[in-house]
Design a protein around this ligand. Structure first.
Ligand code: 13P
Ligand code: SF4
Length: 302
């Protein structure tokens, strides 16, 4: 089937089945273009919680589709590529977190949304990169453990002077970014502002003109008077930045800054997921109920 025909079929199936397509900013441009909603992990979870569609096709990675299912248990949630995961989410397991909690019963567990349902179920509250700063202020006087991103954790800990332990996980995309990448990009584009996702290491984050979630970075480029940016996050966001600001220039901080798992999804996978209603994401109800509490608390404080 050619691309145009496939897009027509996706749109027909969406209507016929009362389905909605959610796509994260790190998806290929063609996937973002056919989505009903494109956004960061917070926005997409808010949409998942509110939609009255019968089917949610989540073009993203497993923890995102799982989050949609936790928030909307009566909907059928489909992940177009069953094996699309997040390596960082897998760096904290429920068994290890259970052990940690047994040894540290006084620590409030703050879980990045990039975690499995089982880990969310063991946590007191979830955060995403766009609401972490707002939410963490409510816990300023508590003893905390932040799982699993050591970089975002270090950023929060430093900025808000928290009594917070940090799990040693990381995003293999953002954690690989270095000061050398920045020096090279700055030499090439001396007039560009540097903007970065807080999953990058703290030494790099300290050099940024702006730090934000994918949505935060996008909004900044739209609203800023500057017209050239070095972008320190996954390259899928460049598509949306260019669509929103066609007269501005965007340079990715380092070539090949791609999340392998996010880039597994092709248009055909979205079509097949819709057509065959395949790769449904399920969460056992006892885990879902506990994970829901942590997510719901987050959405109320967002
Ligand atoms: P956002 O919360 O900015 O969407 O980030 C999700 C993610 O996976 C970043 O690597
Ligand atoms: Fe996970 Fe990093 Fe990919 Fe985001 S970019 S989904 S944190 S591996």
């Amino acid at each position: 089937m050619d691309k145009q025909k496939m897009i027509e079929e996706i749109n027909r199936l969406k209507k016929e089945k009362n389905a909605v397509i959610l796509a994260h900013y790190y998806q290929e441009g063609s996937i973002q273009d056919i989505a009903d909603y494109t956004g960061d992990s917070l926005y997409l979870s808010q949409i998942a919680a509110e939609t009255d569609a019968d089917i949610i096709v989540f073009a993203g990675v497993h923890f995102m589709a799982e989050t949609a299912k936790i928030l909307s248990p009566d909907k059928k949630v489909l992940l177009p590529v069953a094996e699309a995961g997040c390596p960082m989410a897998d760096m904290v397991t429920d068994i290890r977190l259970t052990n940690y909690k047994a040894k540290n019963p006084d620590r409030v567990i703050v879980a990045y949304v990039n975690t499995t349902a089982k880990v969310k179920a063991l946590s007191d509250i979830c955060v995403t990169s766009s609401n972490a700063e707002k939410i963490i202020k409510h816990y300023k006087n508590d003893k905390l453990m932040y799982v699993p991103d050591k970089n975002l954790g270090a950023y929060l800990k430093e900025k808000y002077e928290l009594d917070m332990e940090v799990w040693p996980g990381f995003c293999c995309i953002h954690n690989d970014l270095t000061l050398e990448h920045l020096a090279t990009a700055k030499a090439k584009y001396p007039n560009a502002q540097f903007i970065v996702h807080p999953e990058a290491k703290l030494d790099l984050v300290h050099k940024a003109d702006f730090i934000g979630s994918t949505k935060g970075l996008l909004n900044y480029t739209i609203e800023s008077d500057h017209d050239e940016f070095i972008v320190g996050t996954e390259d899928g966001i460049i598509h949306t930045m260019e669509v929103n600001s066609p007269n501005k220039k965007f340079h990715i901080l380092s070539d090949g800054l791609k999340c392998y798992d996010m880039k597994l999804t092709r248009l055909e996978d979205v079509y097949l997921a819709l057509r065959d209603e395949q790769f449904e994401v399920e969460v056992p109800e006892d885990i879902r109920l506990k994970a829901f509490e942590a997510l719901d608390k987050m959405l109320k404080l967002s």
